[in-house]
Design a protein around this ligand. Structure first.
Ligand code: G
Ligand code: G
Ligand code: MN
Ligand code: NA
Length: 254
């Protein structure tokens, strides 16, 4: 309860939240393609808290709606500022169920884009498979409106839910983010490779772009590149970075 009070105050004042950015690498072109915005909370006494320590609270209390708006606006402003400094990267922002289920996601996104000057085509919203399939009718309506706005939509953590590709393909989504558990399973051999291969085959036929998450080692990197995946996110390249560190990383990468 104390923590919820602190969170409510922080969200109200728009203070104490830090956004880190994890690079998504285009390994074919050898460039940083995008930055995934990942929130942290600098709690006044408990130190820097990872999302796992407060996102449940934020979702349960409904504070996630205002918090999500803060993150979205801050990250759009950051990526627009990088562009003015000559660094052109795409932006990925996570969207929680409560943000997606309320009616105001589309105007919120439109407002963040117009306030910061970030072009819509430079933004991808990440939604989990579960959120998209829970209420397929609402999802279809919201996704169509986001498409009109010109932003992209990615299915996040793909493979952790029912992996209902058949259900997902009925929805207008652009990208699929393969959950990092796939990378761990690849090393175990067995059926994991076959699952990844068939998923990739389908995504190619459906014209979905795939980002592979959780690449930590050289063998994993080689494996996914052999499979034809070039958009890669993982500790092998970089952990989530402060805005300054991200800029330095992206400049040094090329
Ligand atoms: O950075 P880390 O691995 O601790 O993130 C853990 C989880 O928190 C991830 O699933 C990530 O999607 C989620 N997360 C991080 N930032 C945000 C955010 O701004 N909004 C939402 N909805 N989820 C986030
Ligand atoms: O659920 P989502 O994909 O939004 O979660 C992103 C989270 O995954 C970030 O918090 C990030 O720290 C974490 N992450 C990114 N790359 C790796 C990786 O290579 N290994 C592990 N263990 N976690 C990662
Ligand atoms: Mn994500
Ligand atoms: Na993910």
């Amino acid at each position: 309860l104390r923590l919820e009070e602190d969170l409510r105050r922080a969200v109200r004042d728009g203070e104490g939240f830090v956004v880190e950015y994890q690079p998504i690498i285009d390994a074919a072109r050898g460039v940083v393609a995008s930055a995934e915005a990942l929130i942290r909370w600098a709690h006044p006494t408990r130190g820097l808290l990872p999302p796992g320590a407060f996102m449940g609270l934020a979702e349960g209390s409904g504070l996630i709606v205002d918090l999500g708006r803060l993150v979205l606006r801050g990250a759009c402003a950051q990526v627009a500022a990088w562009a003015r400094e000559g660094l052109h990267v795409h932006l990925n922002v996570n969207v929680a169920a409560a943000q997606f289920e309320r009616g105001d996601l589309v105007p919120t996104v439109a407002q963040a884009l117009s306030d910061t000057g970030l072009p819509p085509a430079q933004l991808t919203l990440e939604l989990s498979e579960q959120v998209l399939l829970e209420d397929a009718h609402n999802a279809a309506v919201q996704l169509a409106r986001l498409r009109v706005l010109g932003v992209r939509v990615a299915v996040d953590d793909f493979g952790t839910g029912y992996s209902n590709l058949a259900g997902l393909v009925r929805l207008p989504v652009d990208d699929l983010k393969l959950d990092r558990s796939f990378m761990q399973d690849l090393e175990l051999g067995g059926g994991a490779l076959a699952v990844v291969e068939s998923t990739l085959l389908l995504t190619r036929r459906l014209d979905l772009k795939v980002v592979v998450e959780g690449v930590e080692t050289v063998p994993q990197l080689e494996q996914v590149r052999r499979l034809g995946c070039h958009l890669i996110q993982g500790f092998y390249f970089a952990r989530p970075l402060s805005a300054d560190a991200f800029l330095a990383f992206a400049r040094a990468f090329e």
